[in-house]
Write a protein that binds this ligand. Structure first.
Ligand code: URA
Length: 238
């Protein structure tokens, strides 16, 4: 692969900027300066450094974030901080994007990747990828709610949801619940509870498909998926 293409893919700038980097002697391959952008390099075997810093080349990146509240799950926003703003530069240059959306006030598992095919599979309504949420609900969640969600409820816009599995973890003036749904309609969990006259006061996604939130991640922290986790997600594509 051409060295200028590798550097451009890694976010080292436009063709012109990459050309300048090379011309200035900032790029070394296996310890020797390379000035010609056409030079063929194997990014998986050769050691490439820019300004003396060795770069790790990979085409795809898969990140699991524990999304904090107050941050938008989008790549850009004119007003608010986005999940991309929370990434280190070396991860952001690979241009990952959030797979699906969590509301600004929702916390928890958010997958970020630049693997468009995997993202598409996970988001495709045909794949019915289950997503499980932990929530705190104002009021007492009861058997009738469990039955209603299992049947499907009619949202404010007339849409009838697919069956959801509701588990009540704690009852009282507020209830702790877990809800698993296989769709991702706008504000779906909140709107499902509204059909039952109940309000979600805290919402956190804890799993998506086979991927579970790593509870050691603090809010706003993220880590790369392990190879096993990527394989688990991929196995769903067949
Ligand atoms: N359902 C919601 O209401 N909000 C989310 O962020 C995710 C699911």
């Amino acid at each position: 692969m051409r060295i200028d293409k590798i550097l451009a893919n890694l976010g080292y700038g436009s063709r012109k900027e990459v050309k300048k980097l090379l011309k200035d002697g900032a790029v070394q391959v296996n310890g020797s300066p390379v000035k010609d952008g056409k030079e063929q390099v194997n990014p998986n075997e050769d050691s490439i450094s820019v300004h003396g810093e060795v770069i790790e080349y990979k085409e795809y990146i898969y990140l699991m974030m524990n999304k904090p509240p107050g941050v938008i799950s989008a790549t850009e926003d004119v007003k608010d901080q986005t999940v991309i703003d929370l990434l280190e530069w070396e991860d952001a240059v690979l241009k990952p994007f959030p797979v699906g959306r969590l509301d600004k006030d929702t916390e928890g598992l958010l997958l970020l990747t630049n693997d468009g095919q995997l993202a598409h599979q996970l988001l495709s309504p045909k794949k019915h990828v289950p997503k499980t949420y932990f929530a705190v609900i104002e009021g007492e969640v009861d058997e009738e709610d469990i039955h209603a969600f299992a049947e499907g409820v009619t949202l404010d816009d007339g849409y009838v949801t697919k069956p959801g599995i509701l588990k009540v973890l704690k009852k009282g003036p507020t209830s702790d619940i877990e809800l698993t749904i296989t769709e991702g309609k706008f504000h779906q969990v909140k709107r499902m509870f509204l059909t039952r006259g109940k309000r979600v006061i805290y919402l956190k996604r804890i799993s998506m498909g086979e991927l579970k939130l790593d509870e050691t991640l603090e809010l706003g922290e993220y880590r790369e998926l392990t190879d096993e986790e990527v394989e688990l997600l991929r196995s769903r594509q067949q």
